[in-house]
Design a protein around this ligand. Structure first.
Ligand SMILES: Cc1cc2nc3c(=O)[nH]c(=O)nc-3n(C[C@H](O)[C@H](O)[C@H](O)COP(=O)(O)O)c2cc1C
Length: 401
């Protein structure tokens, strides 16, 4: 999806290129960002130079390429510290398994790993490698380590790989990388010192010692709201049933059942300025939880008696904090959403259509309508969940103002 509205004027972007077969694509990134007004500073590893030359980038960006820790260009004569302090964002595209592992392990033996480890600016990486490499336990662990520490990872795409195989390893689509950088550069600290409580994931209601009633919520939407809140300066607590990797600056509380979620939220709501309930909390739970595994042989049919779970959002007193709820609907979306807004006394409801398999549950994409209690309605396109999360928090900033 091409976004013509890239606003890179007066922005300094460090583009780090590593030794992947897709390194040639980074020349297009450097060219587009330069054309959109950015000052692009390219850093190359020794392996990257086997795939693409310094002159290409120097010709495109009109800036000297940094390819060594030792041949310094900057006034300070310490190039890695200069770039780590003065860039608005550091982007590694493509990122090899090698550079990911070095950064995760704190190894600083080239200009890119050293600059990234020296920075406190946003870091975005777009890994690209063979599918088996991306699946390797060491690479997976290292990618998770980066995510836990706030690095934004634009996951590789599935498709044709240089080896001739199909798999997950292709560099993320270039327009999406540019759009994401544009979005990150536009984020302001509008939620500084605001305490946000977010719930995420689908709850699991035990039937017996091995079975449960659950739902298809992956927790991605809630987790991304928490991450985007952090990027806007908020103090975030996340009550989640999902095992998704969470940046360590988010206070994550793990829960399984609706009861556990209700209890954790009840304890924490006192300190919150805002609650965003993105979790898919089960409406019903078995009345009796059977201690052992129910044996198939012992019965022909199994009848379960279910009771309602606590309505967490409704139970929170209105004056306590700003309340934002989600309505996952399959029909009459707008009416059902507005009814929920009123019934639960919300400040805003976020309606998503879970009947569309392209978006919603499990997908990385979503499309929502946001309705505030004042009747303002805003709609999004089908967009990455991280972008939607940002838009929800932008609405929150307006409510807080
Ligand atoms: C033809 C060729 C293609 C390669 N493509 C990739 C790739 O797409 N991703 C990757 O992680 N490594 C790839 N490698 C291996 C890396 O170049 C190698 O691990 C190197 O040490 C990476 O160094 P760097 O991270 O310092 O750039 C490739 C190697 C060759 C010879």
């Amino acid at each position: 999806m091409k976004d013509k509205k890239l606003n890179f004027k007066n922005k300094k972007i460090a583009l780090c290129v590593t030794g992947s077969i897709s390194a040639y694509k980074s020349a297009s990134l450097a060219s587009e960002w330069t054309q959109k007004g950015a000052s692009v500073h390219v850093l190359l590893t020794e392996s990257a130079k086997k795939f693409i030359g310094k002159s290409t980038f120097e010709g495109i960006t009109h800036n000297k390429v940094l390819d060594s820790l030792w041949d310094n260009n900057s006034d300070s004569n310490i190039d890695h510290l200069d770039i780590s302090k003065t860039a608005d964002i550091i982007v590694i595209a493509p990122a090899t398994a090698n550079i990911i592992s070095k950064i995760a392990g704190g190894i600083c033996d080239d200009i890119i790993s050293t600059s990234v480890i020296a920075t406190n600016k946003p870091v975005l990486i777009a890994p690209a490698m063979d599918g088996n490499m991306y699946d390797h336990f060491a690479v997976k662990t290292n990618v998770d380590t980066l995510k836990k520490n706030g690095v934004i990872v634009m996951e590789p795409e599935e498709g044709y790989l240089a080896s001739g195989a199909f798999g997950k390893g292709r560099l993320h689509d270039l327009d999406s990388i540019s759009n994401e950088i544009n979005r990150i550069l536009g984020i302001e600290n509008k939620l500084k010192n605001i305490k946000i409580l977010v719930s995420a994931g689908g709850t699991k209601e035990p039937i017996d010692s091995v079975r449960y009633i659950g739902n298809r919520s992956s927790g991605k939407m809630g987790h991304l709201i928490a991450e985007e809140g952090l990027m806007r300066g908020a103090d975030v607590t996340l009550v989640s049933s999902s095992s998704l990797i969470t940046p360590s600056k988010i206070n994550k509380i793990s829960v399984q059942t609706a009861d556990e979620m209700a209890n954790e939220i009840k304890t924490r709501i006192k300190d919150a300025d805002c609650i965003i309930m993105a979790a898919a909390v089960s409406d019903f739970t078995p009345e009796i939880k059977i201690k052992n595994k129910i044996k198939k042989q012992s019965r022909k049919n199994l009848e379960l008696s279910l009771k309602q779970t606590p309505d967490i959002l409704k139970s929170i007193e209105k004056n306590k904090c700003i309340k934002i709820g989600f309505a996952a609907e399959t029909e009459n979306h707008l009416d059902n959403g507005i009814n929920k807004l009123k019934a639960k006394n919300l400040d805003m409801v976020v309606i998503n259509d879970v009947s569309n398999s392209q978006i919603g549950f499990e997908s990385d994409y979503n499309q929502v309508k946001m309705i505030t209690k004042n009747g303002n309605i805003s709609s999004t396109e089908i967009e990455p969940k991280r972008v939607i999360a940002g838009k929800i928090l932008d609405e929150l900033s307006k409510i807080i103002k």
